[in-house]
Design a protein around this ligand. Structure first.
Ligand SMILES: [Zn+2]
Length: 129
């Protein structure tokens, strides 16, 4: 599957909204990989994808947030304790313990094993100093 097709299918599965914050501006949405496409398990399949806005794509890739296999968002503990302005408070810390938006079709939902693998990396990621 081509990247363009992957993007189309992922965005459609998530009804063109960010899985974390529901932002619906398509130009600000990406089809993110749960397991990177540079890896053998990183297939360009919808169940290895998430529709994420630019902010949440970067936050997910850089391990600011993780998604448990029960689809609940976890914010990295040090980020959760941080004090900063409204963007951090609402757009990052406010996600903690909330569930992501899921595709209606079961087969398009994030694969549990891929999410679990990714979450393990999130949990083990070193905290930047
Ligand atoms: Zn978002």
């Amino acid at each position: 599957m081509h990247q363009g097709e992957f993007r189309e299918r992922v965005l459609r599965a998530y009804r063109h909204q960010c899985a974390l914050c529901r932002l619906r501006h398509e130009v600000l949405l990406d089809a993110a990989h749960i397991i990177p496409d540079s890896e053998p398990d990183g297939a360009p399949e919808v169940n290895n994808g998430l529709a994420l806005c630019r902010l949440h794509h970067a936050a997910f890739d850089r391990f600011f947030v993780g998604i448990r296999k029960d689809y609940v968002i976890q914010v990295r503990p040090d980020v959760l304790r941080e004090h900063d302005g409204p963007t951090l408070r609402h757009s990052i810390q406010g996600l903690h313990n909330r569930r992501i938006i899921l595709p209606r079709k079961r087969v398009e939902r994030p694969a549990i094993d891929l999410l679990a693998e990714r979450y393990e990396r999130f949990r083990d990621a070193p905290i930047p100093v």
